[in-house]
Design a protein around this ligand. Structure first.
Ligand SMILES: CC(C)(COP(=O)(O)OP(=O)(O)OC[C@H]1O[C@@H](n2cnc3c(N)ncnc32)[C@H](O)[C@@H]1OP(=O)(O)O)[C@@H](O)C(=O)NCCC(=O)NCCS
Length: 424
């Protein structure tokens, strides 16, 4: 059988979905994301009323000869960038093409359509959590976010005395909880999606979070959101799954860890994801974890590191001006290759002054940085130092002596860290 990308291109329409398309959407979804629990009514309901995206302006379809043959969800979101600013961000998920129409270029058309749409709207970045990374990387997505996942017994944490000053929070405290959470994410100085208003309003009751604040009275300095999960391998026991651990002050951090230490009678394990490089394991008073396999020949296995965020820069000028920088003032010419978005290939003159980038025409005396859109996402997000990219041959700087300067300019506190509940 021979197929041609050209042959189908004329009778394929890429467009936003309407409610009438739901049966077709459910059919494509069911064929692409198989599940023994699949129920068309439930999936249809989840598409129509859900907390994460507005149906009409988020579901993109590929239609061929009047039939729905592919789909992609693109959610309008926002993200905090290094420096604490807020930029628009699109979040992609649920790319699917019906099995009989695969290999015809339809998935590529949906992906490119979403890139162009973001660019045309001045949206600087698209992020996603694809499980088919190789496919997404064809369109300029790069791995950027990492998290360290730990599972440990409460008894290995110190019983910090500040635990006595925590308070229980409930749904009435949601506005204050949001302020604390946003302040934390602004201050962290790394890329992180902003949790949407609807997410706040719907997740808490839905997932029955337990919520603890610090201190006992006054404005929140710390926030702990967790849920209980049952562990049924032996006798019934429980695990506390931490969704948010937010501490604006050292006292709040000690209060919340002290509170977790005090949960030893309620839960066998605490599972928690933290940013890469977080010193949490240095706090533990025992390195042998709940899992007996955690000691290997004198080494201690403390957890696992997972890559959990993929990023695509869709509008280079908007991205470059959408974050702040470090290091000394200076100038740069950025020449980026981006086969899917030609507008991004325009050479930019970048001037860094007191941490802010402005854009003008390239200056002949400025060093020239050449890289592809994939590498730019890694550098821009603080996930990869330019000098490492140069070592790997994915970045060229006309004057290599300036690499330490460039490293300092793009450095961030840590790579992007996305708590599990902010994946979409
Ligand atoms: C992934 C998917 C959307 C691709 O759709 P498609 O219309 O067949 O894709 P295209 O025709 O545009 O591209 C086909 C090309 O992508 C490659 N490709 C397909 N699936 C791939 C994957 N999972 N990883 C890497 N490459 C893949 C094909 O080998 C082909 O390569 P070629 O152009 O060199 O011949 C489709 O296979 C699908 O719906 N899969 C099930 C759901 C899924 O996995 N979604 C992605 C979740 S993140």
């Amino acid at each position: 059988m021979t197929t041609s990308h050209v042959a189908v291109s004329d009778d394929v329409q890429i467009r936003y979905a309407t409610e009438e398309d739901l049966p077709g959407i459910v059919a494509v979804y069911g064929q692409s994301y198989p599940s023994p629990d699949f129920q068309a009514d439930w999936v249809s309901q989840r598409f129509r009323t859900n907390e994460r995206f507005g149906f009409a302006d988020s579901v993109i379809l590929a239609e061929m000869a009047g039939q729905i043959v592919g789909m992609l969800i693109v959610m309008p979101l926002e993200a905090f960038t290094p420096g604490g600013g807020l930029v628009p961000m699109h979040g992609v998920s649920t790319l699917a093409v019906s099995p009989v129409h695969r290999g015809l270029g339809l998935g590529s058309r949906l992906m490119r359509w979403s890139l162009q749409k973001a660019h045309d709207n001045g949206v600087p970045i698209i992020s996603g959590f694809p499980y088919e990374y190789r496919y997404y990387s064809r369109f300029g997505y790069a791995a950027v976010g990492r998290a360290e996942h730990y599972s440990f017994t409460p008894t290995i944490l110190p019983l910090f005395p500040e635990r006595r000053h925590v308070r229980l929070l409930n749904e009435d405290d949601i506005a204050e909880v949001q302020v604390c959470h946003e302040t934390y994410h602004r201050q962290r100085g790394t890329l992180s999606p902003r949790r949407s208003e609807t997410a706040w309003q719907t997740w808490w009751p839905w997932y029955r979070f337990q919520a603890i604040g610090y201190p006992a009275e006054g404005p929140l300095e710390g926030l702990l959101l967790y849920e209980y999960k049952s562990i049924t391998d032996q006798r019934l026991q429980h695990e506390a799954v931490i969704r948010d651990f937010v501490a604006l002050t050292p006292a709040a951090e000690r209060g919340l860890y002290g509170y977790l230490a005090g949960m030893a009678d309620q839960v066998r394990t605490i599972s928690m994801a933290v940013p890469v490089g977080d010193p949490l394991p240095m706090l533990w008073q025992e390195q042998r974890l709940a899992d007996s396999k955690s000691v290997r020949r004198g080494d201690y296995t403390t957890g696992e590191t997972l890559v959990n965020l993929f990023l695509r820069i869709t509008h280079v000028p908007a991205a470059m001006t959408g974050r702040t920088y470090n290091g000394q003032d200076g100038q740069l010419t950025l020449a980026c290759s981006d086969p899917d978005l030609a507008a991004n290939e325009q050479a930019l003159g970048l001037t860094f002054t007191a941490g802010v980038a402005t854009i003008g025409a390239p200056v002949s005396a400025a060093p020239v940085l050449v890289c592809d859109i994939h590498t730019l996402a890694q550098i821009w997000s603080g996930s990869l130092a330019p000098s490492v990219a140069a070592r790997w041959g994915t970045l060229e700087l006309s004057d290599e002596a300036l690499l330490p300067w460039l490293d300092a300019v793009f450095a961030t506190a840590s790579p992007p860290f996305i708590p599990d509940y902010d994946t979409f």
